[in-house]
Design a protein around this ligand. Structure first.
Ligand code: NI
Length: 229
């Protein structure tokens, strides 16, 4: 399932991100791609260990910690430090799959990429093209979100970034190992959680002893069955 997390970054933070990224020396994105992906990848990227990537990445992670929607949708166990990329006119990243196991740069740790995340940093009116196109279970979907919004999609999806034809597309991207690796199970839990929130809001104070509590019990028991720590 594709899930949008709106307004992860506020307008002032976004401007600070864009100002900082405007002054940076980008590297060729092919440096971090596997053999097949290198053939179709034409973009620029900040190296994993770049101090600006570290600083802005930590800011993204702090913003996500405050998002109940992100937590409910991703059920994160581990998150790779966010990276940053840039596509100008003619740049693109053709159809590819992300590697399943990602090393955490500078550490012995690895993260399984159950979910991929793209945080859009540029105003969509400021560039043409650059849609993120994902093969979803319901067909092929093209996504171009407002600056500050984040898209979560299954790490197993074939996807591409269509060529930018005008302007500049800045984004942050990263991977998440979820407590629940199976996308179908994670989606069921997210839908159940969302329904419980609605039932609970409608029932108000009476919900503590009512069906919302029983449903919350089912949610946690399913999570207990399916979660891997
Ligand atoms: Ni990718």
């Amino acid at each position: 399932m594709l899930i949008t997390i709106p307004a992860v970054l506020a307008a002032t933070e976004l401007q600070a991100f864009r100002d900082a990224l405007a002054t940076v020396d980008w590297s060729d994105g092919r440096g971090s791609a596997g053999y097949l992906s290198q053939q179709v990848k034409r973009n620029r990227q900040l190296p994993d260990e770049h101090p600006l990537a570290r600083r802005l990445g930590e800011q993204v992670l702090r913003a996500l910690q405050g998002s109940d929607l992100f937590t409910a949708a991703a059920l994160p166990a581990k998150i790779l430090p966010p990276l940053f990329n840039c596509y100008g006119p003619g740049e693109t990243y053709g159809r590819h799959v992300d590697g399943a196991i990602r090393p955490v740069s500078g550490t012995p740790h690895r993260v399984r990429s159950d979910l991929s995340a793209t945080l859009f940093l540029s105003d969509p009116a400021s560039y043409d093209g650059g849609e993120l196109e994902i093969d979803d279970t319901f067909g092929r979907r093209q996504v171009k979100l407002a600056a500050g919004d984040l898209l979560l999609y299954p790490g197993s999806s074939v996807h591409q970034v269509l060529p930018v034809t005008r302007g500049e597309r800045l984004a942050s991207f990263f991977w998440i190992q979820s407590l629940v690796r199976d996308d179908h199970k994670r989606t069921l839990l997210f839908q159940l959680d969302s329904a419980i929130q609605r039932v609970s809001a409608e029932a108000g104070a009476a919900s503590a002893a009512g069906p919302a509590t029983e449903l919350a019990g089912i949610y946690h028991n399913l999570l207990r069955l399916w979660a891997e720590l």
